[in-house]
Every structure is written in structure tokens, then in C-alpha cells.
Design a protein around this ligand. Structure first.
Ligand code: ARG
Length: 581
């Protein structure tokens, strides 16, 4: 859409400032329709400093304005660029508006489903292999808000990379190993029910786990039995293994069903259990490389400090020689590299594990794996106060049910709900969108307070508002009684509301790109919210029904483009747009 113009503008600047055109293209922005008055495109001041056109202190010293004014004077405009002016934001460019409208709206110019997905322009490397590990709950332990955040954040990162042309592998790395499985097995003999395990495995195993932990406080023997069971498990005892496999399989089955409600998928369910054997190889490897040191307490550690001072180290074995969480992670990383030869790997895990990942990556580096720097920890902040009727959330399903129930309550008050065939389904989709939007509002590293009421509000910057806007645009198309035309006469879209909406649509790829460079979904969310506000304003003043045919068609096309863009943006955020609500 806007690429053609970005190139044209970059070409002019390149001539005037003798900088390579390719360097400038990604810096050209579609101006924000709410604040721009002097042109549809903007070259902001900051990136000019970044690429060395302006000295770093030029803004403070006041020379920046003069330099860009000079540069602007040297630009000789050429169609489709009509005018360049410098102001406090940078250099603003006015372009042939009719051409811009045409390129944003007409079908032939660009496949609409692909809006925003043209990454070539911004130097996004296509065809890279990207591994994203996310969700990764622990079997029999609560699926807490942190896991939910990892699930939706990871899903977003995977979707975004896929949309931009990368090959993505999605991995769920389950906490499915450790002495807690011994406890669980003993607990199952004491408190388990075959029937409950079949019908509700996640909840049942959690209940058993809670009960056996309580019982173990009074009865030391339970711990002994648990350790014994885990020892058998580590030695692949068939009976122990069979029970463990059942716990794991049934849990995965149920998880998959719940993930599906959320629109989340994985290419593989992996887990710590797969690396208990290989982590022994890691230990030997560390020993042979002379990296393993045995402490006085008998634990095995790797010195990760620069000056061999042990000021930074990782513990990789217990005193009995068994592996730890990090040892299994080392083995898993090596295995993933061998299988996928990834260009990048993201671990989407809450910030409390920051030290763990720092140690992991440094250990890999020490072991001589040159790809260690391709591994990244995407850390995110805590969610406070996510509660359901049952109290503090322990199950993912509770959150989804609660979102659906509360949304259905709200919808019951609306007249349109009565005519709906599938209010439960709509309530679930919209409820989940509300949860996602609340989560994606701020920087991912910030903590936030979860609030059902705020999330489910239909006005204001919420997921419900996005869904409402989408449904409204769908109904506008349905009720127009017309087919969306392929193109229109730009002269029919000259109202301020129409032009602002067009400009917003033109800036979609930019929002996607920003979200990709920073790995921050909020850029797409706020883009979508601003788009929805502009749709609301345009909807009020630009009537489709009752307008002369050519005007009605032009407006219908504009609203259609807005709807497709909104839907594409929502899709990247893992929200399923609804047609009615
Ligand atoms: N299961 C872990 C937990 O719930 C998260 C796993 C994170 N991923 C990893 N490769 N260590 O805390």
C-alpha cells in the first residue's frame, strides 16, 4: 500500500542527502492521522540521528531544526511526492492523495488479506527458522496467570513471525519430570480415582497433588516412597513409566482441548522428561571440557564469570549426581539446535526466571555452542489478582469459563443477543478477546492488575470494543445490499473522517513492523484501537445507505478495507473477530 510512496520519498531524500535509499525507506512513516496536518508521510527526527544525518546532541543544541530545514530545501519534489516541509516532528511529505487513496483501497494494488504482511520493505529476514517455546505448564501443578501470559504472548510471537514469512516451530516444554511425580504416584494410590482421572485429569491430578502434600507433612514415609517411585522412573521401570505416561497423556489431551478454545496450537509437546537421560551426557561433556567443578557440598557447578571468580555460576548436578532443571534445559537446547538449526529461539517465560536463562545461555556459550547468542528469553511481568468464582485461579479452563460467563451476562442485556443463534460461542470469543486485550495493553515487562470489569467494558480501549467495531462493520456490509466494489473514485472520499481513516489503514504495516522489532503486541493493539475509534467517527458521519450510489459504494469500500485491516490486526493478536454481537 504505502510502500510505493515510501520508496518515492526515500529516493528524493537519498538524492538530497546522499544516503543510500535502502537505509531511508524503513524510516519513512505514515503520519498519525490524529496529529498530522502538513502531510501524509513523515521522516521523524530521531532516526535521522540514528543514521548519522544529524549529530546526537543536535536536538538539545537547536541545530537539528536548521539542518533539516536545509535538507528539506534541497529536496526537489517529483510526482507522486508533491511537497516537503520541515517542522518540529521532522520532514513531512504531502503526496498525490488520489493515488494514495487508490493504492490503499483498490484490490488490484494489493491482496487485502495480506495487508500489513509485506515485510520485505522493512528488512525483515524471510524464511528464517524460528523456534518459539511457550506455555510450558507443570503437570499436576497450577496453571497460573504466568502460564496464561506465556501462552498468549508466545502464540503472538509465533503468529507474527509466521505472518512475516518465517518458518516457525512451536514447542510446549512441559514440567513433566521430577520428584513431584513420585509424590503424585503415591498420592494417586491413596486418593486417586480412575473415573475422575479420565473425565477431568488436570483438575484431578492437581487435587491429588494438594492432598498428598498435606499428608506428607505428617507422614515422612510418603516422601520416602515418592523418592523411590521417582528413582524407579529414572531407571525406566515399566510399571512406574506406565502410570507416569498415563498422567502425562491424559493431561496433554485435556490441555490441547483447552488451548483450542484459546486458538493456540503447538507443533510439539516436549518436556523435561525427554532430557533426563541426555542431561547425564551434558554432565559428562562438561566434565570432559574441564568446566565442571565439584563443590564441598558435592554439587556440580560451572563457573560462568569472566575472571574465574565464581561470582556468576550455574549448578548443574545435585550431590547424588542427578540432573537439575537447568541441566535438562541445556540438553533440550542442544537437541533443538540439532533438529531445527534455528536462526532464533525464543523462550517465553516470566521474568522471575531471568537468572535461570542468563545461566543457561552463558553455559551453552562456555560449552562452545556458537549459536548460544541466537537464544533469547522473552520475559514478561506479573499479573495480579486474576481470580474466578472459585477463587485464585488454578486452572486455565476456569479463566476461559469465567470470561464466557461474564460476557454472556453482559450480552444478555443487549437486544441483539436474543436474535443470535450461538450466544455462548460469541460470548466465549469476545470474552477471550477481552482477556487478551487487557494483557496486551502495556509493555510486556510491566506487571498489571487484572480486572474483569475493566476488561469487559464495551466502550473505551477494550477487546470488546474491537469486536463490537468488527461486528458493526460486518453488519454495515450485510445491510448495505451492495457488493463491495473493486475500486472507486478518490474524489468521493474527501471528508476529513474518510481521509483520516484511510491514512490509518495505510499505516498498518508500520504498526506490525514496530511490534516485530520490539516484540511488543501493544503496538498492534493500540493501532487497532485507534482504527476502531476512527471507524466510529466515520460511521457516524459517512452514511452508506441512502447516499447516491457512487458515494455509497466508495464508502462501502473504505469500510470494507477498514474491516479487513482490523481483522488482520486482531488475527495477529490471536483474537478471532466475530461477525455479529
Ligand atoms: N515449566 C516451567 C515453569 O512452569 C517453565 C518452563 C520454561 N521453559 C524452559 N525451557 N525452562 O516454571
Amino acid at each position: 500500500m504505502a510502500c510505493h510512496f515510501r520508496r518515492a520519498i526515500a529516493g528524493l531524500i537519498s538524492k538530497a542527502a546522499r544516503i543510500h535509499e535502502e537505509k531511508i525507506v524503513p524510516l519513512i512513516q505514515v503520519s498519525n492521522p490524529k496529529t498530522s496536518s502538513e502531510g501524509e508521510f513523515l521522516l521523524p527526527i530521531k532516526p535521522l540521528i540514528d543514521i548519522g544525518v544529524l549529530p546526537p546532541d543536535s536536538v538539545e543544541s537547536g541545530t537539528a531544526q536548521d539542518t533539516i530545514a536545509n535538507l528539506t530545501n534541497r529536496i526537489s519534489c517529483q510526482h507522486p511526492v508533491l511537497k516537503a516541509v520541515s517542522n518540529k516532528y521532522g520532514i513531512q511529505f504531502s503526496v498525490d492523495q488520489a493515488l494514495l487513496i487508490k493504492s490503499v483501497l483498490s484490490k488490484e494494488q494489493e491482496d487485502r488479506e495480506q495487508y500489513g504482511r509485506r515485510s520485505d520493505l522493512f528488512g525483515v529476514r524471510k524464511g528464517e527458522k524460528v523456534v518459539v517455546e511457550y506455555s510450558s505448564p507443570n503437570i499436576a501443578k497450577p496453571f497460573h496467570a504466568g502460564h496464561l501470559r506465556s501462552t498468549i504472548m508466545g502464540n503472538f510471537i509465533a503468529k507474527l513471525h509466521h505472518a512475516l514469512g518465517n518458518k516457525v516451530v512451536r514447542i510446549n516444554y512441559l514440567g513433566d519430570w521430577g520428584v513431584q511425580f513420585g509424590l503424585l504416584a503415591v498420592g494417586f494410590q491413596l486418593f486417586g480415582s480412575e473415573e475422575a482421572l479420565q473425565t477431568n485429569p488436570i483438575q484431578h491430578l492437581f487435587e491429588v497433588y494438594v492432598k498428598v502434600n498435606q499428608a506428607a507433612e505428617e507422614d515422612e514415609d510418603i516422601h520416602r516412597q515418592a523418592r523411590e517411585f521417582f528413582r524407579l522412573l529414572e531407571h525406566r521401570d515399566p510399571t512406574a513409566l506406565a502410570l507416569w505416561t498415563r498422567f502425562r497423556d491424559l493431561s496433554i489431551e485435556e490441555y490441547s482441548r483447552i488451548y483450542k478454545r484459546l486458538g493456540v496450537q503447538f507443533d510439539e509437546y516436549s518436556g523435561e522428561s525427554m532430557y533426563s537421560y541426555r542431561s547425564q551426557q551434558v554432565i559428562s561433556q562438561l566434565r570432559e571440557a574441564g568446566l565442571l567443578q565439584i563443590t564441598e557440598r558435592g554439587t556440580g557447578v560451572v563457573d560462568l564469570s569472566e575472571d574465574n571468580s565464581m561470582s556468576f555460576y550455574s549448578t548443574v548436578t545435585r550431590s547424588d549426581g542427578t540432573s537439575l532443571y537447568i541441566t535438562r534445559d541445556i540438553a533440550a537446547a542442544v537437541d533443538r539446535y540439532e533438529r531445527f538449526k534455528f536462526d532464533r529461539m525464543y523462550y517465553v517465560v516470566d521474568k522471575s526466571q531471568e537468572d535461570h536463562f542468563r545461566q543457561l545461555f552463558k553455559t551453552l556459550e562456555k560449552m562452545g555452542y556458537t549459536w548460544a547468542d541466537r537464544c533469547h528469553h522473552i520475559k514478561f511481568g506479573r499479573v495480579q489478582g486474576m481470580k474466578t468464582r472459585r477463587g485464585e485461579v488454578v486452572l486455565l479452563e476456569d479463566i476461559l469459563n469465567e470470561a464466557q460467563r461474564q460476557m454472556l451476562d453482559n450480552m444478555q442485556q443487549a437486544a441483539t443477543t436474543k436474535h443470535m443463534d450461538n450466544p455462548e460461542e460469541v460470548a466465549e470469543t469476545v470474552g477471550i478477546t477481552a482477556v487478551l486485550a487487557q494483557d496486551f495493553r502495556g509493555k510486556i515487562l510491566s506487571d498489571y492488575k487484572f480486572d474483569w470489569n475493566r476488561a469487559l467494558q464495551s466502550k473505551g480501549d477494550t477487546g470488546v470494543f474491537l469486536q463490537y467495531t468488527h461486528a458493526r462493520l460486518c453488519s454495515l456490509e450485510r445491510e448495505s445490499g451492495m457488493l463491495v466494489p473493486d475500486s472507486c473514485d478518490p474524489a468521493l472520499l474527501q471528508e476529513q473522517q474518510a481521509l483520516q481513516l484511510l491514512q490509518q489503514i495505510a499505516g498498518f504495516d508500520q504498526a506490525v513492523h514496530k511490534a516485530w522489532t520490539e516484540l511488543e503486541p501493544r503496538h498492534i493493539l493500540s493501532y487497532n484501537l485507534q482504527l476502531s475509534h476512527l471507524v466510529a467517527a466515520a460511521h457516524k458521519s459517512l452514511k452508506v445507505k441512502g447516499s447516491p450510489k457512487d458515494v455509497a459504494e466508495a464508502r462501502l469500500l473504505l469500510f470494507h478495507a477498514a474491516r479487513v485491516t482490523l481483522a488482520n490486526g486482531m488475527d495477529l493478536l490471536c483474537m478471532t473477530p466475530v461477525d455479529r454481537m
